[in-house]
Ligand binder design. Structure first.
Ligand code: PGA
Length: 270
């Protein structure tokens, strides 16, 4: 249990100058009661040094956000609230959708956009993902832009081309001054939920490709500030390896973030 939460501000990495970001993507798991229980447990299992090492963002389903906002505030838990998606418009006749300003009003700091499940299962195009990233920034939050190739694309040697095409749309659409704020998660589709993670070398290579795309529009200054996460079958066993990989600033964790004991272990090992 941590007493002085307000002092638990993560320090930038002495090597890169960038603040590490470890994100839990719960996907469609945990109702609001389960979410509260999971966060209470996780908080008790973490030590102050974990909050100083990295920002820890938690991305629950929309319906859990208000409960976790109140919990984090009342118990001064220094997690950052995150969302998994949003609509690109501010308001209007879009039945079933949630806008970026609505999320920012709930204290959300990071919004995942363009997760491969959204691209694949909900037909989100690169253009739509770019519009969402713009909406997130306009609402004062930071988008975590997911990019990554399928197995077929990888086998065809198209990994770099896929990452570039997915990211160029976003980089071209966001305001130039917002470029350094971007977080990009490299998530090879074949590694997500498969138990078969990429290698740290793959993650480093992807991070270099990401920074190359950003540098083309924003220069070296912007590209040196952009943070890159690795996601896809991250576990307590491999988290440290990915965090140590060159150019990698954080992790986007799905399955292994659901269970508090295991996730606390993963964060400790990262
Ligand atoms: P996984 O999911 O950790 O279960 O592979 C990662 C993600 O989809 O963000």
């Amino acid at each position: 249990m941590i007493g002085r939460a307000q002092e638990l501000i993560p320090a930038p990495s002495p090597v890169t100058g960038r603040v590490r970001l470890i994100s839990a993507n719960w996907k469609m798991n945990h109702n609001h009661l389960e979410a509260i229980a999971a966060m209470e447990k996780l908080y008790h299992l973490l030590r102050p040094e974990q909050f100083r090492y990295a920002e820890l963002s938690i991305h629950p389903p929309f319906v859990d956000l208000r409960s976790l906002q109140l919990l984090f505030e009342s118990d001064r838990m220094p997690f950052v609230l995150g969302a998994q998606n949003c609509h690109q418009e501010v308001s209007g006749a879009y039945t079933g959708e949630v806008s970026a300003p609505m999320l920012s009003k709930l204290g959300v700091g990071y919004v995942i956009v363009g997760h491969s499940e959204r691209r694949r299962l909900f037909g989100e195009s690169a253009e739509l993902v770019a519009q969402k990233a713009v909406a997130v920034l306009a609402a004062g939050m930071v988008p975590i832009v997911c990019v990554g190739e399928t197995l077929e694309e990888r086998e065809a040697g198209a990994t770099a081309a896929v990452i570039e095409a997915q990211l160029e749309c976003v980089v071209a659409a966001v305001p130039l001054e917002a470029l350094p704020k971007l977080v990009v998660a490299y998530e090879p589709v074949w590694a997500i939920g498969s138990g078969q993670a990429a290698s740290p070398a793959d993650a480093s290579e992807a991070a270099a490709i990401v920074r190359g795309v950003v540098a083309k529009r924003g220069g070296e200054e912007a590209s040196s500030k952009v943070r890159v996460q690795y996601g896809g079958s991250v576990s307590a066993g491999n988290a440290g390896m990915f965090m140590a990989a060159g150019g990698v600033d954080g992790l986007l964790v799905g399955t292994a973030s659901l269970e508090p004991e295991g996730y606390a272990q993963l964060v400790r090992d990262a």
